[in-house]
Design a binder for this molecule. Structure first.
Ligand code: ASC
Length: 134
């Protein structure tokens, strides 16, 4: 059965939030150095980001999810729903960058992980700049 629109909004926000939490762990360990580098944690974070990025989260931008539904608020720009081909490309770019990040994390070279992390971040921002209202 199709997931109700309000539930779609909640699920996609959960996915993005969970990616953001994992991006934060990577940032702390490979960018800021505020947390000591931990190979297992870095790999787990990168693999989680790649899994979510390639999970088909776009399916949660269905009809009726372009606006707030009661208490369930969304920052999505309704223009997204008119540009699904572009959105699919942006999402594909994220999946590709996240797969590279996961590969670099597995290899364990921190300078390469740093670069790959930055590339993933750019793909987050690319979609925000075009299709997120703040
Ligand atoms: C994050 C996060 C985002 C992106 C973005 C990258 O960790 O929560 O939305 O990275 O800031 O520019």
């Amino acid at each position: 059965a199709a997931v109700e629109p309000a539930k779609q909004i909640e699920l996609r926000q959960a996915g993005f939030s969970y990616m953001a939490w994992n991006m934060g762990k990577l940032k702390a360990q490979v960018i800021d150095g505020s947390v000591e580098y931990n190979q297992q944690q870095v790999e787990a974070a990168a693999n989680t980001i790649a899994a979510i990025a390639n999970s088909g989260i776009g399916a949660l931008f269905g009809p009726g999810t372009e606006q707030n539904i009661g208490d369930v608020h969304t920052k999505v720009d309704p223009a997204l729903f008119e540009n699904m081909q572009d959105v699919a490309q942006l999402a594909g770019n994220m999946g590709t960058a996240a797969n590279t990040l996961a590969e670099k994390a597995a290899a364990g070279d921190q300078s390469e992980i740093r670069v790959a992390f930055g590339e993933v971040g750019k793909t987050c921002k690319a979609c925000h700049d075009k299709y997120r209202l703040d």
